[in-house]
Design a binder for this molecule. Sequence first.
Ligand code: AMP
Length: 418
Amino acid sequence: MTFQQFGLSNELLRAVEDQAYTTPTPVQAQAIPVILDGHDVLAGAQTGTGKTAGFTLPMLHLMQQTHDKRMRKPAIRALVLTPTRELAAQVAESIALYGRYLPLRSLVIFGGVGANPQIQTLRRGVDILVATPGRLLDLANQGEVNLSKVEFFVLDEADRMLDMGFIHDIRKVLKMLPKSRQNLLFSATFSNEIKKLAANFLHQPKYVEVARNETSHQVTQVVHPVSKSKKRALLSHLIKEGNWNQVLIFTKTKHGANRLTTQLEQDGFTAAAIHGNKSQTARTKALAGFKAKQIQILVATDIAARGLDIDQLPCVVNYELPNVAEDYVHRIGRTGRAGNKGDAVSLLSADDKKLLIGIERLIKQSIHKVLVEGFVPSAEDDAAAEEEGRQALAKQQQRRGGGRGKSSAPRKRQPRRR
Ligand code: AMP
């Protein structure tokens, strides 16, 4: 299969050639023809599968076909909604890249940076708008964004949108769109909430499903059991022994990310943390340094790392396992992208054992456990950590008491609602 077979315009094929892509990825092979045919699409694909080109190329093609050159000030004909600033910036970069030979204008808007330059560009007119929900609604409420001419609506990483609590914002945005339009929804996972949302606004969608392991079989997954107190020493040992020159490390909390970054620096590595408490400038700078390989280690929380597109990232480490099993799939999706091999290494202390069981159930495979000499956990360490894990879990369940948490465990008694 080649890109020529889709019947994409010469301008788009040229842009694809510039990227030296030879073969469409599975999600592209499935999504591009149905989008070109004008269908709504519900696609199960995580970052790293080539999904961005999968929706961008056919959308640009259709927009090019009906582009009116006489329009002085273009109206927004395509809206792409993403959960995070980083993802918004990356999608916008892809649109600029694939659309480089087309006369279409695009703009990305997100919070955390001044709104004025965004407003100025909006006033001159754009064809394609990529946005995070908060800033989009802000500017729409100020009358700076008019969505009444939108023909294409893309909801990217819909599962993450819901995790981040954007459902009300999405509904508000949907109300601003014209009835007749083509809708594309991309999500790595399909909870009941996603299905409900999809049923709400997709019209007879075509399903595009890339097998969950289609990318991750490129990723070698391993778990190293270790006592909590020795995690950091094991991490430094692994980085040195494995000559990991570019590694993305996940922690559960922002505080944990900061602490680990400082400790790794003390061990002689160059490291930076990215998370929601860091300014946009600091996040962009850290990411640029990491991409340029000036910074060896990037320590991130799940939300900050969402959608990061780093070419050929060789290694991802779960310093702690995520509380939500789906996040494990997202995390290891940072490596082994677009045909490259990758390593996903998880450091497992006894307090996270329950989380591992949930993850293995989700990915329907057992992850290889490897003990590292000098770091084998003792029974006492394990017992203490397991107790700690139990307490943390109990606290978490208590906090979720109202029943609105993500846990799918059946509740015995429903609190009565008024
Ligand atoms: P995405 O899943 O959209 O974030 O894309 C993941 C990575 O795959 C990006 O770095 C793209 O440049 C790359 N990519 C997309 N399509 C192809 C393709 N057909 N062949 C090789 N690489 C691709």
